[in-house]
Design a protein around this ligand. Sequence first.
Ligand SMILES: *[C@@H]1O[C@H](CO)[C@@H](O)[C@H](O)[C@H]1NC(C)=O
Ligand SMILES: *[C@@H]1O[C@H](CO)[C@@H](O)[C@H](O)[C@H]1NC(C)=O
Ligand SMILES: *[C@@H]1O[C@H](CO)[C@@H](O)[C@H](O)[C@H]1NC(C)=O
Ligand SMILES: *[C@@H]1O[C@H](CO)[C@@H](O)[C@H](O)[C@H]1NC(C)=O
Length: 350
Amino acid sequence: MIIIRAIIINLFIINIAGYNDDDERFPLINDRVVIGVLAQYPYKDEHQYIAASYVKFLESSGARVAPVFCGRSSDYYETLLPKLNGILLPGGGSPLDEGPYAETVDLIIETSKKFYDNGKYFPIWATCLSFEKIIVHFLNGSLQWESECHVQNLSLNLEIEKSIINDPKSTRMFRDMEIMMPNFFDILQKHNVTANYHRICMSLDEWKKHKELVENFQLISQNSYGNHTFVSMFEHRKYPIYASMWHPEKNQFEFVINDHVGNINHDRWSIIVAQYFGNFFVNEARRSCGRFNDKLDESKHLIYNYNECCREYTGNDGKSSYEEIFRFPFDANHGSSSMIKGSILVINNE
Ligand SMILES: *[C@@H]1O[C@H](CO)[C@@H](O)[C@H](O)[C@H]1NC(C)=O
Ligand SMILES: *[C@@H]1O[C@H](CO)[C@@H](O)[C@H](O)[C@H]1NC(C)=O
Ligand SMILES: *[C@@H]1O[C@H](CO)[C@@H](O)[C@H](O)[C@H]1NC(C)=O
Ligand SMILES: *[C@@H]1O[C@H](CO)[C@@H](O)[C@H](O)[C@H]1NC(C)=O
């Protein structure tokens, strides 16, 4: 009897904590969204960078992008984040439990939660390394869940949770699916549309061991490869926080000749899938009322300011994992504005 009551109460809590009232609480008010993309250091003391594919991914769904630099003082984030309409946290190779990337993402996640609790929408999309970082954040810094799986250079289909296939509206990600793209689950499940570049996995068994994850997050999809069954997407049940182990930005924009990253699907299904998630996330940002002081303030923050100094074609040297990157001057680490041009950077990370 007590057990049954506990289960009912639990279901009730999950229900009322769900997103269902958010469509009214946070209507689509903003069609000129600016989304931050977090820069990071490829290695210690290096230039911060952003792979241009993340920028193009958002731009092609109707957003503009502002770079958000890593490891700055809290003043910088307190001033900048309220002006943005959400943030994309990219993949990469930074430590998850310490250092500028980890500390900055911790601050961003807590800011997004605080904003939501105060009536302001600030969605987060986290890819690959940042998918892992969301887990680490909600497990208070623990890395104990990690297992080595080496799912590298591999495009896979997604195994969507059965409960979601039966009820897409139980998730934010798929609540508009029927009007945006009927039969989307078929495409996701039948075709190898998700580009995977991760050495680390959150196994399904491990996920289920953590009450903090199971209660706070809706598992969206899993994948099996070799002997590993791993979590490949999830979303927060309350906050607009989305995480993807695979790279939705690569299908459309990464064609590099580096042999280590050759297995990216560019067929029409893979492009539709990437665009679905881009469209979804940018639409989430339309629920956000963040705005700059004025048009000048806004334009000064946009990534277009960094085309001349910092945008480089790197896909032609056979080493970089990225077709194009923004490679920022050292000044970006501290906040002054003079720009220098650097040599071609080699990056090959998750
Ligand atoms: C993390 O810390 C919070 C606050 O101290 C606590 O409520 C929560 O149970 C902790 N979670 C884990 C996974 O340790
Ligand atoms: C998808 O990729 C897996 C793993 O490489 C492979 O076994 C499978 O045949 C592929 N499926 C399709 C439809 O190409
Ligand atoms: C899967 O596990 C079996 C048994 O432990 C092992 O023999 C095999 O090499 C593993 N396969 C891969 C691809 O890791
Ligand atoms: C990556 O995948 C591509 C396409 O399947 C393949 O040609 C290449 O050899 C792979 N590279 C590595 C390092 O596995």
